[in-house]
Design a protein around this ligand. Sequence first.
Ligand code: AGP
Length: 369
Amino acid sequence: EQIEKGGYEHFMLKEIYEQPHAIRDTYRGRLLANEGIIRMSGVENHKEKFLNANRIIIVACGTSWHAGLVAEYIFEDIARIPVEVEYASEFRYRNPVITEKDVVIAISQSGETADTLAAIKLAKANGAFVFGVCNVVGSSIARETHAGAYTHAGPEIGVASTKAFTTQITVLTLIALKLAKEKGTISNSDFHYHLEQLELIPDKVKQALKSDEHIKKVAETYKDATNCLYLGRGYNFPVALEGALKLKEISYIHAEGYPAAEMKHGPIALIDEQMPVFVIATKKGHYEKVVSNIQEIKSRKGKIIAIVTEGDVDVKKLADHIIEVPETLESLSPLLTTIPLQLLSYHIAVMLGKNVDQPRNLAKSVTVE
Ligand code: AGP
């Protein structure tokens, strides 16, 4: 096992550090930036299904569901296709309206999640075209879908999903960009710019990982918190949900993820000097609005830990701690802002002496409902 961990103390840490490589493996052979094309046979062979779809329904659970939420932003924003993101467990029992004009995308690291599998069987039985985004090759969901795209993240052993999340977002981004190009909802120059920026992501993830020592110090400060709030807007709202889930799973600290603007509709009542609030406040993504949300937290004496773009000045003046990530397009920012939140959860859990790779009550793949 020590050999498999490749010198890292835990699989989770190894998998966090594998992300630059894993993301590159995900787009290798698909993203051809110089030629200005995205090659994905699973999409190309069923192009008409995607282009004529009334909507895309994404079904998934847990972290994969969060990747689906990020995808909702990019599909709607760039490809102008309406998207609904469903918990597979709710979708399957809701008697949902599914038609032959629907494309259902099932996202699953393991490809074995019982609820997701049942959701796609239901979708197929109602005539929808079902596309899988799985990591495990030959898994049940991969076999049950009409077509799909593997994430190629390599084996993920840690129960807390890390590289599966960022590689799922990478695949879904490629699909959205490809469809946007086909539909003409993105200009040629924007398309090329997105491809170039996506190619730079692995190096930027590497850069983000360099904050690890600083993040460890932040973790030390907040490891004894009993409640935490995670806030983000737009593309980074799902990242807030994912950050909270990571902390809950491995440190057993209660955490809530919220869209930053929803704070004033309830969670703001929780904020006092004991409450750490992790805010994703990168440039481009409604930055000014997030800054004003941060001011609201500060005036209630909440502790602010902000994930910001390198060189940020405004949030720095307000936050108790900042963690920088490199600048990128808003649509690609989840691939970077996720990294410090993964590391934070990891360090807090290790400091609390928790079983990071196999947290209590959790299974890597949930094959029962
Ligand atoms: C992630 O950290 C979780 N352990 C869990 O939420 C997981 O994402 C969920 O069970 C879905 O698994 P899947 O991607 O294998 O379908």
